[in-house]
Design a protein around this ligand. Structure first.
Ligand code: TYD
Ligand code: MG
Length: 481
C-alpha cells in the first residue's frame, strides 16, 4: 500500500433504497425488497464498519449456563407510564428511539422527561437539530420548566454533538431528531437513509461506550415507519411510537421493540395546555361522555397492551338510495367493518345495502383487535333498528363469516375492568365449561350477568331491551312483541 493511502478512510459507491435501506451495486428502478419505485440514490459509504465494533478482541464466547444472571439496573423516569412501556425504566447504555408524526408531542415528552431527571440531580444533555435555544426556552416556560440541570445544544453536526457530549458527561442524553443530524464524511442530505443510519450507529456506539442512556426522536414517514422500514429498528435497543389522532388530545406511547422488556405495554397521556399528563384511569376518561342506553352506542372492553381499556363504539346508519352506500370507519379497521356489515346483512337479516354506515371510536383511539367485532355489530344494529342496547351492557367477541362468535383472549381481565366501572351485563361468546368455572371462581360474576350467545343473530336478540323496534321482513320498522 502506498503511504499516502494509509490512514485514509475507505469508501465505496453504492445505490441505497431510501425506503428500506437495501444496497445494490447498480441503480434499480424498483426495489426488489420493498417494491418502492425510484427509491435508489447513489451513496458513498465508509468501509470502516468492521472497526466500529464496540467489543474488544479479547471477547471470547462463554457457555451460557456459566453466565451469571445480571440484572439491568434501571433509571426510573418521572413518568410511570413511560417506565412501564420501557419495561421498568431506562437501561444505562441503551438507545431508545421514539417515533411519531411531526407535532404529536415528542419534543414535549422529552423535555418533560429531562426536567424530571434533572430534578433528581442528574445532568441531562438535550441536543436539538431543528429548534433554536429560544424556541425550546419558550416551550419550557409553557411547561413550567425552569431548566436547571438541562444543558441545551442546538447543533446538527453529529461530530460536534459527540464532542460536546464527551465534555459534558451527562447522565441522560437526548437527540431531537435523528433526521436533522448529519456527518460530514457521509454522503447524502440530513434525513437520507445513509445519514440517518450512520448517525444512529455512532450514537449507539457512544451510548454503549459511555454507558449513558440515549433517547432519540425520529419522524415517521407517510407509511408510518421511521426513515424507511427496517433501517433503524434493528440498530437501536428500544423502539417506541408516540401516536394519537390529530383532533384528539390523547396520546398513546406504544412499544414496537424492546430488548429489555415486553412490547405489550402502552402508556396513555393527555396533551394539556401545560404539557403531557399521565392518564391513570384510562377507561374512566374514555367513557366520561358515555351515557348508558344510548342508541347506536356500545362499550367494549379492549386490551391496550396488557391493560384492559373500556372504549365506546358508536355507529350511525342513514338511508341512502341514490349513491352507492358509504362506509366510514374511524378508529376501527375498514375491512373489518365491511366484513361485519356483510355478516349482519347475510346472517342476521339486517338490510344494510341501502344504508350509509359510520362507525367511530370515541376519544380518538384506534382499536384493531377482533374482540371488538361484536361491539361494532351491536352498535350498527342498534342504530339501524333505533333500539337501545340493554342497560349497563358491554359486548365482546370475534365475528366469523358464518355469523358465529369466537372466543377472545384475557377474558377475565376484560370482564374485571367492566365490573370495576359498574357495567352489569356482558354479551359474549359461549364459554367452555372449564373456562366458565374458572371465570366464576376468579371474578365476582354475581356482579355482572354473562349473556353467552352462539351467533351474531342471537346476540342481536338478547342484547336489546324488549319492546325495541325491529325490522320486519319487508325492511319496515315495527315494534317487537
Ligand atoms: P411537539 O412536542 O413540538 O411535537 P413533535 O416534537 O412531535 O413535533 O408538540 C407540538 C404540539 O403540541 C403543538 O401542536 C402544540 C402542542 N402542545 C400543547 O398542546 N401543549 C403544550 O404544553 C405543548 C408544549 C405543546
Ligand atoms: Mg419536535
Amino acid at each position: 500500500m502506498k503511504s499516502s493511502e494509509r490512514g485514509k478512510a475507505k469508501f465505496k459507491n453504492v445505490f441505497v433504497c431510501q425506503q428500506c435501506g437495501r444496497e445494490s451495486s447498480k441503480w434499480l428502478g424498483r426495489c426488489p425488497d420493498c417494491h418502492s419505485w425510484n427509491s435508489f440514490v447513489e451513496t458513498r459509504l465508509a468501509l470502516s464498519r468492521a472497526s466500529s465494533s464496540v467489543y474488544s478482541r479479547e471477547n471470547k464466547p462463554q457457555e451460557l449456563s456459566r453466565v451469571e444472571k445480571g440484572d439491568f439496573p434501571r433509571f426510573r423516569l418521572g413518568f410511570t407510564e413511560v417506565n412501564r412501556v420501557l419495561g421498568g425504566g431506562l437501561v444505562p447504555g441503551s438507545l431508545v428511539l421514539i417515533g411519531g408524526e411531526p407535532g404529536i408531542g415528542k419534543s414535549t415528552l422529552l423535555l418533560q422527561i429531562s426536567a424530571m431527571m434533572a430534578a433528581n440531580s442528574k445532568a441531562v444533555a438535550y441536543v436539538s437539530g431543528e429548534e433554536s435555544i429560544n424556541q425550546v426556552k419558550l416551550r419550557s416556560e409553557r411547561l413550567g420548566i425552569e431548566g436547571k440541570g438541562i444543558y441545551f445544544l442546538s447543533e446538527p453536526d453529529l461530530v460536534a454533538v459527540l464532542e460536546c457530549l464527551e465534555g459534558l458527561s451527562p447522565e441522560l442524553a437526548i437527540i431531537d431528531s435523528i433526521q436533522t443530524m448529519y456527518l460530514e464524511d457521509v454522503a447524502g442530505m440530513p434525513g437520507s437513509i445513509s445519514q440517518v443510519r450512520e448517525c444512529t450507529w455512532r450514537l449507539e456506539r457512544w451510548a454503549k461506550e459511555n454507558n449513558v442512556p440515549l433517547l432519540i426522536t425520529g419522524h415517521v414517514t407517510k407509511e408510518g415507519a421511521i426513515a424507511g422500514p427496517g433501517t433503524l429498528e434493528h440498530i437501536v435497543d428500544v423502539v417506541l411510537y408516540f401516536e394519537g389522532e390529530p383532533f384528539s388530545n390523547y396520546r398513546v406511547l406504544r412499544s414496537a421493540k424492546n430488548r429489555f422488556g415486553s412490547t405489550n405495554e402502552v402508556g396513555i397521556f393527555e396533551m394539556g395546555d401545560s404539557g403531557l399528563i399521565e392518564v391513570d384511569n384510562p377507561s374512566q376518561v374514555f367513557l366520561s361522555a358515555y351515557r348508558d342506553g344510548t342508541v347506536g352506542s356500545v362499550v367494549v372492553p379492549t386490551l391496550e397492551g396488557s391493560r384492559p381499556l373500556l372504549v365506546e363504539i358508536q355507529a350511525l346508519t342513514t338511508p341512502n338510495s341514490f349513491t352507492p352506500p358509504r362506509r366510514i370507519a374511524n378508529g376501527v379497521d375498514f375491512n373489518r367493518l365491511l366484513l361485519i356489515i356483510a355478516v349482519l346483512t347475510k346472517r342476521a337479516g339486517l338490510r344494510l345495502f341501502n344504508q350509509d354506515v359510520i362507525v367511530n371510536v370515541t376519544g380518538g383511539l384506534r382499536v384493531n383487535e377482533p374482540a371488538v367485532d361484536l361491539g361494532i355489530a351491536t352498535a350498527i344494529a342498534s342504530s339501524f333498528r333505533d333500539a337501545k342496547p340493554i342497560s349497563g351492557l358491554v359486548a365482546l367477541g370475534e365475528v366469523g363469516l358464518n355469523g358465529e362468535l369466537r372466543g377472545v383472549s384475557h377474558l377475565e381481565r376484560r370482564i374485571a375492568e367492566a365490573i370495576r366501572l359498574g357495567f352489569k351485563s356482558c354479551l359474549m361468546p359461549e364459554l367452555s365449561s372449564t373456562i366458565a368455572s374458572e371465570l366464576r371462581q376468579s371474578l365476582h360474576t354475581a356482579e355482572i350477568r354473562l349473556i353467552e350467545v352462539g351467533s351474531v343473530a342471537e346476540a342481536l336478540k338478547l342484547g336489546f331491551t324488549r319492546g325495541n323496534r325491529v325490522q320486519n321482513a319487508k325492511g319496515r320498522n315495527t315494534v317487537q312483541e
